[in-house]
Design a protein around this ligand. Structure first.
Ligand SMILES: Nc1ncnc2c1ncn2[C@@H]1O[C@H](COP(=O)(O)OP(=O)(O)OP(=O)(O)O)[C@@H](O)[C@H]1O
Length: 664
């Protein structure tokens, strides 16, 4: 979200510094007033560019961009250079101008350069002892053959053995996890005591990767990895495997007792990073600086997804076609989730302008979104020459363009969608509420489960159904606040839930309605002790009165976090780290999740800089069955035609660093 992007703040700080230095020079008489005026105008142009929503999240500003806004900027630039405020990269000046005319806050330039150098240093193919053994190569070759992998997936799997740096980009269901499992098998065959780190920008994504590896292993049993996982579970493995957020890895002390960093790398042979498109330039630079040049690094992500909230577009820069890291990059295109020829595959392809571009892509998206199940195959055939897959999952798509009303901030069609999607949730909540009311005074344990085993099992079943109902739908919005926003969706959903509770006499309105049974929440911070992570979604349940009802005490709640396997986790709501209501979430927050019914709310203002191709792509690819897009024709057209514009010189820096990199 624009307000969360940090780099304009840092640019603003620096433009303040520039301004102060100019004033100082003017006072000292080293600048004549006309020059001072030119310099000030230039600084104003820089400030305007950095606060422009179109360039937010950028790491640098092209000088030509500033000049376009302030035609006399070249003169001002000269003055600022003379004052020593803008220098060549590497000079002590607070601003740096690179050879391609990009203006950087010097700290950003330095980060970009350091990141590029460490990537380049590990980009060479491995030779000598680190090179893959013929046995390991044969092993992965056989696995790929048995699975029938295509060239890209086979190259990715082989690449993990042959290189210290591997970047794998692929959309949902393109086989990233399956490939990682085969890579681990091959690497464990070479080194049975492999120290494996799994990392992701969010705790939820990190634990999901471990879970996906286990699930993938159950589909495709592999001897070395299965043995290692079993031994890991039993605590007897020579190998190690741990999943944590990147932030957590960066504060986990190494055997030296110090935090990892330059000169004190993490004690790992391999680090696999998932959801790498969510990593900003600061985090990427920190992560690379804390890795030994010997550690293998595998970055997994989807280059078409939204860029990080923070500055930079690291993953997109690394996977640039014909970029310097092309030999280290594999792009997986064959999605098993959205099969070639299916409607979501077609939509994602047109949004990403693959095969169809420009205005044709805009009109194709509109036609596809308004097609019926009967006419979609013919349409897809005419657009792509592709037949609908016979085994494809059935998907439904729709689009509504009615405007939000000022009172609710939602359009009528969004409200209807939400009401229909919430029906099973409200039914499940009604069943739960009846149960809780019936057993109001039954004795409960600290986390709200009933002391009586039979009651506990019955409640777990009802709560499980409530959880599944919540996980079956999710409205996703581009905006947090205002019209067509997460806040407006949450207000509407909250109204429905509280109305049900009120009707059942289960709402104590003497107290503020911050907590109530059935409230969906999303955790904003990791808490390792409680075992909940940033991005985890839970449902508040009443804690009960434990047989001693105090009529004046405010009701207490626990938050239930469902798990794919086994019983959910219950955490007293009073202990929860920072969290928000989450019947709806931002498209940013939805990365890495999927739901049967998805609504994608485009920004209400058609010219909003939030409407980007990456936003629409990320939103529609969260679906498992149905996706409905809500937004005006203008907002939809802009979302298809506007790619995210993040300006950075990382691809150039990597090219320079690779050209100068010595053999590792
Ligand atoms: N080469 C292949 N041939 C057939 N099926 C495959 C192949 N590779 C992966 N699959 C299957 O495709 C499905 C999706 O694969 P996988 O979970 O590895 O994708 P992913 O890219 O990790 O997905 P996501 O990260 O979006 O969950 C799985 O059922 C997997 O078994």
């Amino acid at each position: 979200m624009t307000t969360e992007i940090q780099n304009p703040a840092s640019f603003a700080l620096l433009s303040g510094l520039l301004r102060a230095a100019c004033r100082d020079a003017e006072l000292k008489g080293t600048l004549i007033p006309a020059d001072a005026e030119a310099a000030q105008r230039t600084i104003r142009a820089v400030a305007a560019v950095t606060s422009d929503p179109d360039t937010q999240g950028s790491v640098c500003i092209p000088w030509a961009y500033v000049e376009a806004r302030e035609p006399q900027a070249a003169k001002g630039l000269g003055i600022l250079r003379e004052l020593g405020l803008i220098g060549d990269p590497g000079s002590p000046a607070p601003w740096a101008l690179d050879a391609a005319g990009r203006l950087y806050a010097a700290r950003f330039f330095d980060e970009e350069r350091r990141l590029a150098e460490s990537l380049a240093a590990r980009a060479k193919s491995l030779t000598g002892e680190a090179a893959p053994t013929p046995e390991a190569l044969t092993l992965v070759g056989k696995m790929c053959e048995a699975l029938g992998t295509d060239e890209a997936q086979s190259a990715a799997v082989r690449g993990a053995l042959e290189q210290r740096l591997l970047i794998v980009s692929g959309g949902p269901g393109t086989g990233k996890t399956t490939s990682v499992v085969m890579m681990l098998e091959g690497l464990l065959a070479m080194k049975p005591d492999l120290r494996i780190g799994l990392a992701a920008p969010t705790g939820k994504a990190a634990s999901r990767m471990l879970q996906s590896i286990r699930e993938s292993l159950s589909r495709q049993p592999l001897a070395a990895l299965l043995t290692a996982m079993r031994a890991l579970d039993a605590g007897t493995s020579p190998a190690t495997m741990e999943a944590k957020t990147i932030h957590k890895w960066l504060v986990t002390r190494t055997p030296t007792g110090e935090m990892p960093g330059p000169g004190n790398p993490m004690a790992l042979d391999l680090l696999v990073v998932d959801e790498a498109s969510m990593i900003d330039i600061h985090l990427a630079a920190r992560l690379l600086s804390a890795l030994s040049p010997e550690t293998r690094l595998i970055l997994l992500g989807d280059k078409h997804q939204l860029a990080a909230v923070g500055p930079g577009s690291v993953f997109a820069d690394l996977t640039e076609e014909e970029g310097a890291l092309a030999a280290n990059t594999a792009v997986l295109k064959e999605s098993r989730r959205f099969e070639r020829g299916s409607i979501v595959w077609a939509l994602a392809s047109v949004v990403n302008q693959m095969g169809i571009e420009g205005d044709a892509a805009v009109s194709a998206v509109k036609t596809l979104l308004t097609s019926t199940e009967a006419d979609a195959p013919g349409l897809i055939r005419s657009l792509f020459g592709t037949e609908a897959p016979t085994s494809a999952r059935r998907y439904q798509v729709a689009w509504h363009d009615d405007a939000p009303d000022p009172q609710t901030g939602l359009s009528e069609s969004v409200r209807m969608w939400l009401d229909a999607s919430m029906e099973p949730y409200l039914e499940a909540l009604a069943d739960c509420t009846d149960f809780w009311q019936k057993h109001r005074t039954a004795v409960r344990k600290s986390r709200g489960t009933y002391a009586d085993g039979k009651l506990a099992a019955e409640e777990e079943k009802l709560v499980g159904a409530l959880w599944r109902a919540l996980e079956s739908f999710r409205p996703l919005a581009a905006q947090r606040e205002g019209e067509s926003s997460v806040a407006a969706l949450n207000r509407w959903a909250e109204g429905r839930v509280t109305a049900l509770l009120r009707q059942k006499g289960a709402l104590d309105e003497r107290f503020p309605l911050t907590h109530y049974a059935g409230r969906a929440v999303i955790v904003r911070k990791n808490d390792d002790v409680l075992g909940v992570f940033n991005g985890d979604v839970g449902i508040e349940l009443p804690l009960g009165t434990n047989g001693v009802a105090d009529p004046d005490a405010p009701p207490r709640f626990v938050t239930y976090f469902g798990r794919a396997e086994g019983e959910g986790v219950r955490v007293p709501s009073a202990l929860l780290p920072e969290h928000d209501t989450a019947f709806a979430m931002t498209i940013h927050q939805s990365q890495g999740s999927e739901f049967a019914r998805v609504a994608v709310l485009l920004p209400a203002k058609p010219d909003s800089a939030l409407s980007t191709r990456e936003l629409l792509y990320t939103g529609i690819t969260r679906t498992k069955a149905e996706v409905t897009v809500f937004g005006s024709e203008e907002a939809l057209a802009r979302s298809v035609s506007e790619p995210t514009r993040r300006l950075s010189g990382l691809a150039d820096r990597i090219r320079e660093a690779c050209a100068g990199a010595k053999d590792v």
